[in-house]
Design a protein around this ligand. Structure first.
Ligand SMILES: C[S@@+](CC[C@H](N)C(=O)[O-])C[C@H]1O[C@@H](n2cnc3c(N)ncnc32)[C@H](O)[C@@H]1O
Length: 240
């Protein structure tokens, strides 16, 4: 949100807004003279977002694929996204769409993950399941996925190709909260698409053992503020 530096009256597009947490923060920042539109593919997540935003007059949500949906030309002052821009099949098209949706002087501010190799958030549970599914293998860096924008050169090329200027990446080395305790965090990680896919061919006994291994591996990261694992990210900002 610091990278976005929202001002009262601004029109905000929240790309891949999920359950709407950042859309709500943005709506409070731009106030009643501003407007926030959250766009996401997921109906169930948007249902949560809409319930959270009930009664607010300056926020709406659209279920659409940002790669295809007409976002409107020059309709926004700023596009924001918290970890919602790494999953595009065609990121060049998606970022060109976002660029078109911004008016003159428009800004882009998003968070994406740095590489999985540096991330305890990824490595700790992944190492725990290695005895059951084998060691981690490098992903295709061009495939959509959480780490698809980890490489600064790729981010600059993509955004530059879409028409953005003044592209900046700021390193943010915060810890991420995975859950209230190890059991909660393990349950969350095990239902994430990447983990569920990894374990899908295991029999019920091995699946239970792998789940317990993840829980045990997360116990050392329990704190009074929840399970904290280092999750290095980039805050990327650019101008139209
Ligand atoms: C990791 S979640 C982040 C959600 C939210 N921004 C947050 O921080 O809580 C990524 C979100 O991007 C959405 N998403 C992925 N590809 C999309 C696309 N092509 N168009 C719209 N939303 C997309 C997903 O449905 C998901 O809600």
């Amino acid at each position: 949100m610091a990278g976005a530096a929202l001002k009262p009256g601004e029109r905000v597009l929240d790309v891949g807004c999920g359950c709407g947490q950042t859309s709500l923060i943005a709506a409070a920042a731009v106030g009643e003279s501003g407007r926030v539109t959250g766009v996401d593919l997921s109906g169930p997540m948007l249902a949560t977002a809409r319930a959270r935003a009930e009664g607010l007059g300056n926020i709406d949500f659209v279920q659409a694929d940002v790669q295809q949906h007409d976002l409107g030309e020059g309709a926004y002052d700023i596009a924001i996204s918290r970890f919602g821009v790494m999953f595009f099949d065609a990121p060049d098209i998606a970022f060109a769409q976002v660029h078109r949706a911004l008016g003159p002087g428009g800004r882009l501010a998003f968070a994406c993950w740095q590489g999985g190799a540096e991330s305890e958030y990824y490595q700790v549970p992944r190492a725990a399941v290695a005895p059951f599914v084998g060691p981690d293998e490098p992903d295709d860096p061009d495939a959509p996925g959480p780490y698809s924008l980890a490489e600064p050169g790729k981010v600059r090329a993509l955004l530059g190709g879409a028409g953005f200027t003044d592209v900046r990446l700021e390193r943010v080395d915060e810890a991420a909260v995975s859950g209230a305790d190890a059991a909660d965090a393990a349950a969350f990680r095990l239902t994430s698409p990447s983990f569920a896919g990894l374990l899908k061919d295991l029999g019920p006994e091995d699946k239970a053992k792998a789940a317990d291994a993840v829980r045990q591996a997360l116990i050392p990261y329990e704190t009074p503020d929840g399970v904290l694992l280092k999750a290095p990210a980039w805050v990327v900002t650019a101008r139209r």
